[in-house]
Design a protein around this ligand. Sequence first.
Ligand SMILES: O=C(O)CCC(=O)C(=O)O
Ligand SMILES: [Fe+2]
Length: 352
Amino acid sequence: MERVQEVASSCNQDLPPEFIRPENEQPRFTTVPGRRLEVPVVDFGAPEGNNNLVKLVYDASSQWGLFQIVNHGIPNDVIENLQRVGRQFFDLAIEEKEGYAKDPSSKSIEGYGTKLNTIKGTQEIKGWVDHLFNKIWPPSAVDYRFWPRNPPDYREAVEEYAKHLHEVVNKLLRYLSLGLGLAADELKAAVGGAELVYNMKINYYPPCPHPELALGVPAHSDLSAFTILVPNEVQGLQVFRDEHWYDVGYIPNALIIHIGDQIEEPHSFCWKKSICFNANLQILSNGKYKAVVHRSIVNKEKTRMSWPVFMEPPPDLEVGPHPKLVSEDNPPKYKTKKFGDYAYCKLNKIPQ
Ligand SMILES: O=C(O)CCC(=O)C(=O)O
Ligand SMILES: [Fe+2]
């Protein structure tokens, strides 16, 4: 399969037709011009035990499903190294990157790849993006075959980031748990405890001759309990709110948190009708936390990159509304099923 990076370097000023989105998805018609969305910013520098933080995280997760964290405690050089080794991987010759290509015959999404996006089952429209998936935690989930050996410090840089990420994940899960009225450690247990899988993706969006006609990753919500994303400095993340798409303002060194859920592949702006509420924090919280619908746009001159880490329950864990959050007055709104079955249905577009 041809990689978008190769298309970008050979297409001159023409956007190949398979990348042109239908008009109801094109950024030129669907982005609110000149408006950056002020998504909530939560300062994790405040002392632990500060109830205000629990409330800020609760409000952001229930009203937006997306927020940024500043003063998260991950040193800037750890994040810069993560970004550098990712960039260096994508700067390698295509033949070397293909050595890490995902195995098309396997169910696993690990490795280097390019996604085909199906619209209305027939016409295939491609996103302007290549990616690399690596499970980075826990050790039992890691498969080093898919980790680049070049640059030589890729593994060290990514493992250092994973090590620091634990603190943020644990803090976040405590606040999210307390926000629901659960004990501090109950939500973590419900998403798999020490078995929670950190599935990292690196998105690589090369410069695009017609960014107003294309999309990087089209509208979706994440297949995760929640996602922690680091972008580079090139603006590109957008969220859907009040029937419009808004840019999420870039804040240097902030982490972007997405609450995960699932929707069917959106066909048009009527995508809301096809929402299939069926997973993860939205389910676990029995609807209190909202998954966020988002997409990414691309840039004419600059390469955009992003490093989302999808926090996923282990495949055999049953995910459903937390027993302590349902009652006769507040019955479960969602079915309980194994995360692996849910993920399989989503990836194969089987109605849940
Ligand atoms: O690149 C971004 O900012 C968003 C990427 C994204 O939403 C995804 O890969 O799930
Ligand atoms: Fe996403």
